[in-house]
Design a protein. Sequence first.
Length: 149
Amino acid sequence: MKFFKHPVGVQRPWVSKSLNLCKFALAGMVLLNMQASAAEAPKANAKSNYNFNLNFAKLTGKVVDEKGEPLVGVSIRIKGTTTGTQTDASGNFTLDVQPNTVLILSYIGYGTKEVAVGGKSTITITLTSNNNLNEVVVTALGIKKKRKN
C-alpha cells in the first residue's frame, strides 16, 4: 500500500485510500452511464413519447374601438400561457401562434374579450367600451398646506 507523504513528513494512509475510492467510483459511474445509454438507444422506427406540435404561424392584427380608431397599449395574451404582447401606436400587433389558439384582450375602459384565431394569419379585433366608468375620483395625497404666522 502506498502512503501519501505529507510535506512535513506525516504519513496519512486515508488520503491515498480515499483517492483510490474516488477513482473507482468515477469509473463505475462512467460504466453505468455507458450501459444505460446502450440500453436506451432509440430504435430505427420508434415513436417518441413526446408530442411536440410546432405548427406556429405569425399572426398579425389590429385592435380598434367601435369607431374604428386604433387602441394603443392593449394587452394581448395567449390563453393558458404567459405569452403575450401589446399593441403599438397604430393598434398593430404580431404574435407567433398555433392554429387553435385563443387570444385574451384587455384594456382599461373596455371589456375583456376572447378571440379564437382559427388558423388566420391576419385579424382585426374590435373592443367595445365598458360603460362602468361613470366618474373619476381625484385625490390630493402628499400635498402639504403652509401656515402663515
